[in-house]
Write a protein that binds this ligand. Sequence first.
Ligand code: C5P
Length: 233
Amino acid sequence: MSAPIILAVDTRDLDIAKRWIDATRDYVSVYKLGLEFFLTFGSSGVSEIKSQFDVDIFLDLKLHDIPNTVASAAHAISDISPRFLTVHASGGQAMVKAAVEAVPHIDITAVTILTSLSEDDLFQIGYANPALESAVSLADLAVKAGARALVSSPLEISAIRNAVGPTPTIITPGVRPAGKSGGDDQVRTMTPSAAITAGANYVVIGRPITGAWVDGAAAMKEAAAQIARDIQG
Ligand code: C5P
């Protein structure tokens, strides 16, 4: 039974990407293809994955430009119809709205604040408020512009859910299964089930699942199954 897991397919090897999808599709709802995949294989790579596996795609391009350019970029991938397409909420309301209007059949997904940014980084960029308040403002702005989904750090889920209500889809990376927080660069983490309880609709997970590939497809499938069981209680 698939769980609300979005698997980060972070690889430049198309064959590996397909093997990962094949091994995990019983437990994963959506596959995230990001800049690394898209800049290597383009729209045709995304279409190939979609047509071979009939899976939902989270196209993580994090678009951020003037509204006209973002609308044109969204048009350019319109035919491959990912379920989600990311843009930066900090591109502003007109930019998010331009993306929404360009591809009404795709859930424009607004990234609030990258979790890689510290409070000091935000201050240096010129943000007036701390990350939590800024993320809530950005989420609110994006939803008002028509974004149907939001990406935030797990620590911001509750505040964003309170601000935007039950309808927008909230997606969070930065989750780690209980007892497995070490070993890579994610720092401020939550477990997948805690993130869902806090109000997220999906968790984005990469290495806790893809890292098991070194032990083979069955090990990777079991890693996905374990996280699915954790979420589903
Ligand atoms: O391997 P890991 O589980 O850390 O992968 C998480 C995925 O989510 C990666 O594709 C990473 O780029 C992405 N991501 C993140 N933190 C953010 C935004 C995206 O980890 N704030």
